[in-house]
Design a protein around this ligand. Sequence first.
Ligand SMILES: NC(=O)c1ccc[n+]([C@@H]2O[C@H](COP(=O)([O-])OP(=O)(O)OC[C@H]3O[C@@H](n4cnc5c(N)ncnc54)[C@H](OP(=O)(O)O)[C@@H]3O)[C@@H](O)[C@H]2O)c1
Length: 329
Amino acid sequence: MSQGDPDNLPYFNPSEERRVCFITGGNSGIGYYTVLHLYLHGYIVYLGGRSRTRVETAIKSIKEEAISRRSKFSSKQLNGRFLGDLKFLEIDLLNLQSVNKAAIEFKSREKQLHVIINNAGVMAQPYSKTMDNFEIQLQVNYVSHFLLTNKLLPLLEANDTITPRVVYLSSIGHWLCPIPVELGTQFDYRPNIIFTWFRYGLAKTAGIQFMKSLARSHPTILCFAVHPGFVMNTNLFSHFTRLPLIGFMFWVFFQIFGYIFGVSNEQGSYSTLKCVLSEELTLENDNGKYFATLGVESEPSYVARSISHGDQNWAWTVAELNKRGYSLN
Ligand SMILES: NC(=O)c1ccc[n+]([C@@H]2O[C@H](COP(=O)([O-])OP(=O)(O)OC[C@H]3O[C@@H](n4cnc5c(N)ncnc54)[C@H](OP(=O)(O)O)[C@@H]3O)[C@@H](O)[C@H]2O)c1
């Protein structure tokens, strides 16, 4: 059994205790294994994605994998372990209207929500703006998750017996934002191969600050940020690996890097799973914490920890959403 193995975490019987999770980007990479384990642990998981086909293909594959894994256990070992359920919910984080619509749709289908996992992300994208006029990495990685989470807070807070949780997939890449700059900073310089990392770092820093601010403003919700580890075989690196001619060199580099420093796609889910399932994490001792590879507690950067900068970024995000016609309630 490897470090952080989710087999050690609690299991639930959905017919006795219905636990509901909403995850963005659960159809590939780290999210795929996060969903697999939550399903094996009895969770009802809504997979928020922009492609029904990709999500439904993933749901089918996850269900098959779960059956195959369970077939290796005896009925005694399976005692107390129940499968949950998996559902598709359309959301495109590039479009705030779609995010808003997904929150409304979710509220029409569920009266309570126990966990939100803000997992979806993009990295290394060339500079461009979304239709909502945000830089693309900032919106997908952070702004849309900020809106989604805030819209679903009433459902999280509707729980009277279970402490609800919010997990944000940040990255060690957040250290690439070494000084407290405003979220509106564009870093729209060339070459992309350098400045794209500042944009990614800015968004992932904002995500950590978001979890820390939410933990302070909503102290009955457990909020965590996570660096999943270097997980080199996900689609996250596809902008570089699909480049003509040099894409193959990037792929070889990522494979070597991953072999030395990385973890598998499945191990990449362990930190998130600890934040969702561990009963050892408490509101009193752990709210707002940051966990790194395999669920090891860690310290984010000075900027990510700054309360005053986190407050400024929260206010900036609310104001920018308001300008576009989105309020938090
Ligand atoms: N891999 C690593 O080494 C690493 C390291 C640090 C942090 N992270 C973070 O971990 C998270 C998961 O990454 P991953 O490595 O598993 O990458 P991945 O395989 O590329 O998964 C990303 C997921 O996000 C979804 N997504 C992207 N844009 C979206 C949009 N506009 N609307 C809805 N969903 C969208 C993707 O859906 P589609 O299939 O529709 O594109 C996919 O399901 C990301 O937040 C990433 O920044 C990863």
